[in-house]
Every structure is written in structure tokens, then in C-alpha cells.
Design a protein around this ligand. Sequence first.
Ligand SMILES: [Zn+2]
Length: 575
Amino acid sequence: MTRILWAISTAGVIGCLGPEPADLVITNARVYTMTWPDPDGEGQPAPGAPRDATGWHPDAEAVAIRGTTVAFVGSAAQAQTLVGPKTTTVDLNGGTLVPGLIDSHTHVVELSSNLSRVNLVGVTTEAEAVAKIAERAANVSKGEWIIGYGWDEGAWATRYPTMTILTERVPDHPVYLRSLHGFAGWGNRLAFERAGITRSTVPPTGGQILRDAQGEATGVVLNRAVELFDQAVPAAVGAELERQLAVALDTMAGRGYTAIHEAGTYSAGLAAFEALGRAGRLPVRVYAMLSARDTALARRWIARGPRRDDSAMVQVRSVKAYYDGALGSRGARLLEDYSDRPGHRGVSGGSYGFDQGLVSDLMAAGFQVGIHAIGDAGNREVLDFLESVYRRLPRTRDLRHRIEHAQVLHPDDIPRLSRALLIASMEPPHAVEDMAWAEERLGPERVKGAYAWRSLRRAGTRLILNSDLPGSDWDFFYGFHAAVTRRDRALEPAGGWYPAERLTPEEALRGYTVWPTYASFSEGLSGTIAVGRQADLTGLDLDPLAVGEREPDRLVGGRPMLTVTAGRVVFRRPR
Ligand SMILES: [Zn+2]
């Protein structure tokens, strides 16, 4: 509804000066409001969708914003009437405007420290990784830690590196190199000494220290054993963490995101997000899912209860827990043996540090839980667990619980997610990154239930899409392209990997915009472009619906142009 500005003239006559000017007008845009109903389980658009025989068509040209909310959506001509002397006008030059992008599973705290670490993403050999570390060591005082990240534990699993060459080349600094997905760590001798890992160290349950025939650690730890290093490596806290986080969140805004769901927030991270929020320095909204591994934090919030303040930039009403490991490092719990390792099924539940009592207490206190589950056994056990809590505490059923990844599902379990009102929180990038080895782990039958987006949608499951950054690239068009084609950046394989599980462009766009708002209890506040909604908007240089349908090869070249969070322009691509 348009507000009218009334003024009293000197003659005392009350007159209407026309509509109150907007603070921000975005015009000359292909606006998709996403206000029409959801497509069906096969991806068929709803009757009200702005699509005809020739394809998708935007349903508005311009948006006007007052304060933090949308004040007008419609034609460019009408928007022009809301431009006053103090209005900022953004001409999108025919670009596409969609509801603000949401990355609904992130580790931005890790991203923030990675930005100051040695980047090993894309490094394919041990020699290359060691050379990069030696180069960094030349500029760091002896005795100080050198941290790297990004070597791919899935791709390197056939032959893990050792500490030998790393120790020879970098003897005077403790070196710890986290893997891409955080399920493996590689260190030199000094790092193992600093972490106190000896012949007699017993790894945490669900973890493994790789050893030689004499029982000496060889240089790599797997799955939960990475905690031995996480505890030894000094972490940024306080003002330093805030500084690093501000950089990482600006990076997110620069990629078009207006909100993140931080999947596993510890005390220090939460304090830093809140401090940035108080200082008005958050360019994106933060849905902070508390880490169930931070038991003290979880217990404090159980006593306090979820925070339900819609206007706060930092929301605390959700918890992240881990049920099993990852598929690449063979930590995911499978119902049958790994196809490429007979006798091995991975670890889960209590053996993986999942605390049933704590998680059900959190649910009883009114928290949503997002449980990491990768293997078909891990997912089945999580379904069993949640159903058992529902039976005992029926009210917990409506808290919109999530399975994070839901990566490999037994066909019998696929219908169970929607029956249990669960949200499947999944990563299109994982499918196209894991396709190189996932079938070796799973074999030709089980792989059919992996990354099974269409099967889940067909079964009526709510789906949200995300990157799990920094393990995967969080570029929107990369994830979107993977979702609609099941192909990687190089457009391989030509027909898509198990293409029957593809999503339509509309489903993929909803998975990154409106659907995650249900998962964060903010549907009706944001996620669509409508008068009165929060002004969270993303401008893109190509139309993901029209291009996604007709020329999907072009998607990987798409870029964000504009990010508006709560009415504020937080990113604009320079012309
Ligand atoms: Zn994650």
C-alpha cells in the first residue's frame, strides 16, 4: 500500500503532495517476484506462474524501497513517480532482479580464517602443496603455526600424503593443512608434537590417526581426529575474529547473498556475529545454527530458549549436530560395506559424538535441529531418532527440522522425510564434485539414491539448496547450473550425471531464495518480492529462469550485479 505524504500549507489548507518518495528505486530490471505458487513435485510450474509457450517472463520492471522494506513493485513508469530529490536510483540495465539469494548451509567462520590461510584448493600433488607451504614459511617467524586448507580428501583418499617431505622442507614451523571438507588434516612433525599426538594417543571415537607398521603417526588424521589439531591450533577470537568475519561476509554480499545459515556456530563465532550486528556491520542476515558440539553454548540456550525477534539481523533458533562422517573420507555410515572397501561401513551416532540426550533436550526447548547425515545408514538412523523424539514429545514435530546433506538415501527412506515434515538441505555442487568417485564408494545401485533431488521433491519433501562453503565454491551460478544440469563447470558429463535427479530452473531458484525462508521461519517476511516484505534483493546479469531453460551452458558465466540487504545497497558491481 502506498503511503501518502500530507502537508499543511501556509494557508492552512491540507493538501496531498503525492506519494512519499522512496529511498531506493531499482528500475529497468527483469523482476521475478516469486510470489506465485510452488511448482509440483515434477517441477511443473503452477498455473499462476509467469510462463507461457515461449518460456519465462518477468512479472515486474521495478521495485521501490522505503527504509528496510519494499514499498512498490510494478512498472518502471510508476516507480518513477516515487523518485524524489533524495532517492537513490539504480538502473539495472535489463538485468534480472530476484529475491535475495540465501546460502542455507555455510561455514563462514571457517571461510573467514581461510582467507588468511595458505590456499591449497585445486592443488593436485603433494609436491605442489609442500612448495606453497615452504614459500609461506619464508615469511613467518620460526615456531609460529602455518595453516593451510583446501587439499581434497576425497580425491587424495587413494594415496594420502605423509609428514616426511613436509617436515624436511618446513622443519621449524608447526604446519597444519586442513582438507577441503574438514574431514582430514595433514601435518608435519612439529605440528604433531604441538598437538601432543604420540604413539599412545587414542583418537576420539569416529576418528583415525594414520600410522605406519611401527605405530608411528604418518602425517594424516581422519574424520573426528581432526579435533586433535583444532584444539592445538590457536583460533582467532574477539576483535580479530570480527575483522575476519566482516571480510568474509562482505565476500558473501559480493556474490549476491543477502542471508546465510551458518551451520554450526560456536560461542566465539556467535559473539562476533552479534557484535557486528550491534555495530550495524552485517551486510547479510545471519541465521546462526548453534553447534551441538559446543555443549556449554547449547546448554545456555536450552535454559534461555530460542530467540524469536523477526527484526534482528542475527537469529538464534536452530542447532547443528553431526550424525556421521563424509563419503569421500569413508566416514559416512552405510547400511552395507563400502563398495571400494569390503568390511568397512563408516561410523555414526554415539560413536561419532552425536549426543542424543542433548539434541532431544534442544528440541524439547523449542529449537530446530539440522542434523548432518551423509550415508544411507546415517540418514536412516537420524529418521529413526527424530521419529522417536516426536513420539515422546509430539510438539517437537512442528519445528521444521532439517537433514543437512541427506546425501545417500535408501529408496525405502525417501518417503519418510516428508512424512516426518523434514527439510532436505542439499548441495548441488557436491553432486558434480563427488561424481568422480561417489560411484566407487557406493556401487551402481546405491548411487541412485545419492543427491536424489528429484526423488525427494516427487515424494513431497521440502528442499533447500546451498554450498556448504568453504568446502565448495559458493558462486550462485555454479550451484544453480549444477542443480539444473547435473554437470560441472566444464559442462561435463554432456548429458548430466544421473540426469533424472535434475531440478528445473524454477525449483533451483526457489531453493536459493524463497524455500530457505521457510527453513529459517521467515517466510512471509522475505523470500519473495512484495510490498511490505523485507527489502532483500539480488540483481543478476543473466536471467536464471529464461537462460536456465533455453541455454543452460551460459549459466556458469552469470554474475551478481547488485545486492540489497534490508534496504541497503551492500554490493554493486562497478560498471
Ligand atoms: Zn557443513
